[in-house]
Write a protein that binds this ligand. Structure first.
Ligand code: TPP
Ligand code: MG
Length: 582
């Protein structure tokens, strides 16, 4: 075990102080939370040990911000909450991290055990409420065990499939004291960043997979967020290029290889440019770091059952869960891709020659898609067309930028149309749980994780309304964050579905027309309202240049529910019974 041994404290201290010392030793980044009586000794120690902590206005936002921080860095994001309502407010954010496989260390205060279950104020069965929302819930029963249990929290958060871990700390444990030895304050460096350790797939399975791939004429890589968690970008690009295998991705997997790479065929699943057609015509699918859930498979209608699937995943039991796998490879994405590349290294030239026609198809197919979509991508419509907004993002955001996308149409459209210039996690949608409201707090977390990079968050007006209070946090934290509000004066996704499926009977789908730029200005932030698509690029540039405070760009987009869905021609979408349009 490699240990980080520097800066070790010793002596009698509170549990809260010990917690802060351990987080400091773990190199915890900016933390997000809202205090209460139970964790006061922890809050008191935060500044003393040199940690940064941001008060948030809703604990869910703290969890979202920590999640985005973790996606940018692969280091556990840290958030905290007081007992009861604070703790239960964490649930939605923690489930996002659980489903997305994102490493988080969350801390919740709990009642003093001398009085638990005597109608203590704010008391609830919080451990039972939070347990299914995390990878592991650790109840801390002794002040003296805090260092050990923080070590455990980091190890669980970053090992195997990463995830959130909750430390539930009773008041008397946080306020209680213990005489700690310097040796207590150690932590395994390997567990401070995901993936803590890498495991290679079975060699015989790699050989079998290599044979299948070598024989395939139209192999296709289907990649998910696991590529980012494994930091497998170079391995994926190398393997795809050496073997001439195109790469399709889920929303979370965007950027496994650069969208600009000619082998990238874009999003697959619910929305697709050309990837779904390539799946249908493939003779070997190589699935890496992807669960093949509902959205990726168009509610399990893809891929067709006759195509052999090679499935590589860090969680053995995800393999074959939704789609049967011809070959199950249990292991780390980067290690597995490197092993594929090595097993196939002799055939590289032959593969390139054999798949020359296949690869040559890609550019014209993509061009055709783009030509079809061009009227929308270049639309001069007022209100602004969502496709045009995406094109302006593509044109304006620099290669190192990060785009954080909220759960509504903001995520749907950018998932399909936003192109990253470089490999890496430059696009952060909250597809673990797809809650609306992630955009602003997620943008804040990304911004604090990468203060030198432009961070743009895109959110629906409904999602932004949920989180408006966090603009105060973002301003206080000095985040030079640009937030685009996709202002359609509606819970647009619901409205579009009611248009398509309920004969235009709209129920609880409209929002009041608001000027979010004016609201932002009143809150001391920058605010620009955009009604003309030509004004998008200058507004984005102005937002990105502002480094010390957030800028809200309120973009007035289509209010026509017939035009809201991001299919290439959504007006012709046909609804089959039991189907979801999008
Ligand atoms: C917390 C939460 N509640 C409800 C939903 C269901 N939902 C998905 S998209 C959407 C519309 C949200 O409106 P807005 O944020 O304005 O985005 P738009 O679809 O209008 O772009 C809703 C209600 C959700 N994803 N998350
Ligand atoms: Mg909306």
């Amino acid at each position: 075990m490699s240990l980080t041994l520097h800066n070790r404290p010793s002596g009698t201290m509170t549990g809260g102080r010990a917690l802060a010392e351990m987080l400091h030793l773990a190199g915890a980044g900016p933390m997000f939370g809202m205090g209460g009586f139970q964790l006061l000794p922890f809050y008191d120690a935060v500044g003393l040990v040199g940690l940064t902590h941001h008060l948030i206005n809703d604990e869910r936002c703290g969890a979202f911000a920590a999640d985005a921080y973790a996606r940018v860095t692969n280091r556990p994001g840290v958030c905290d909450a007081t007992l009861g309502p604070g703790a239960t407010n964490l649930v939605t954010g923690l489930v996002e991290s659980l489903n997305g496989g994102i490493p988080i260390v969350a801390i919740a205060g709990d009642t003093n055990r001398a009085h638990s279950w005597k109608n203590m104020t704010q008391e609830s069965r919080q451990t039972e409420i939070l347990k299914p929302a995390v990878k592991e819930l650790i109840r801390v029963e002794m002040t003296s065990r805090i260092p050990e249990l923080v070590r455990r929290a980091y190890a669980v958060a970053t090992s195997g499939r990463p995830g959130p871990v909750l430390l539930d700390v009773p008041e008397d444990v946080a306020h209680g004291t213990h005489d700690f030895a310097a040796e207590d304050f150690v932590i395994d460096e390997a567990t401070l960043k995901a993936p803590a350790r890498r495991i290679r797939p079975d060699r015989a399975d790699i050989e079998r997979a290599a044979k299948l791939i070598a024989q395939a004429k139209r192999p296709l890589l289907l990649t998910g967020g696991g590529i980012h968690l494994s930091e497998a970008w170079e391995a994926l690009t190398r393997f795809a290029e050496a073997q001439s295998i195109p790469v399709a991705h889920t929303m979370s997997g965007k950027g496994g290889i650069a969208c600009a790479n000619p082998l990238n065929v874009g999003l697959f699943g619910r929305y697709s440019r050309i990837a779904n057609d390539l799946i249908e015509a493939s003779d070997c699918l190589i699935v890496v770091g992807c669960k093949l859930g509902e959205i990726a498979t168009k509610r399990f209608a893809l891929p067709p059952p006759h195509i052999p699937v090679i499935h590589l995943d860090i969680v053995a039991e995800e393999i074959g869960r939704c789609i049967p796998a011809e070959l199950a490879l249990w292991g780390d994405a980067r290690a597995g891709l490197d092993d594929f590349a090595e097993a196939l290294s002799d055939g590289g030239k032959a593969a390139l020659a054999a798949r020359a026609d296949y690869v040559a198809e890609l550019a014209p197919r993509m061009k055709k898609w783009e030509d079809d979509a061009a009227p929308r991508l270049n639309s001069g419509d007022r209100p602004v067309h969502m496709a045009r907004l995406c094109r302006e993002l593509n044109k304006t955001l620099p290669a190192e930028a990060i785009l954080v996308a909220d759960g509504g149409f903001a995520g749907h459209w950018t998932g399909l149309l936003y192109d990253t210039k470089k490999a890496g996690r430059h696009f952060i949608p909250d597809r673990g749980f797809a809650s609306i409201g992630y955009g602003l707090p997620g943008g804040m977390g990304a911004c604090l994780a990468a203060p030198d990079r432009p961070v743009v968050a895109i959110s629906g007006d409904g999602g932004f309304n949920m989180m408006l209070g966090e603009l105060e946090t973002a301003r206080r934290a000095g985040c030079g964050l640009t937030v685009i509000v996709v202002n359609n004066a509606a819970s647009g996704y619901v409205k579009a579905l009611q248009h398509a499926m309920m004969g235009g009977r709209y129920q609880s789908a409209d929002l009041i027309e608001m000027d979010y730029a004016a609201i932002a200005r009143i809150m001391g932030c920058g605010g620009i309202r955009v009604e003309d698509p030509e004004a998008l690029a200058p507004a984005l540039r102005q937002g990105m240049e502002e480094r010390g405070r957030p800028t809200v760009i309120d973009v007035v987009v289509t209010r026509d529910p017939a035009q809201m869905l991001p299919a290439v021609d959504n007006r012709t979408v046909e609804i089959k019974k039991g189907d979801r349009v999008a």
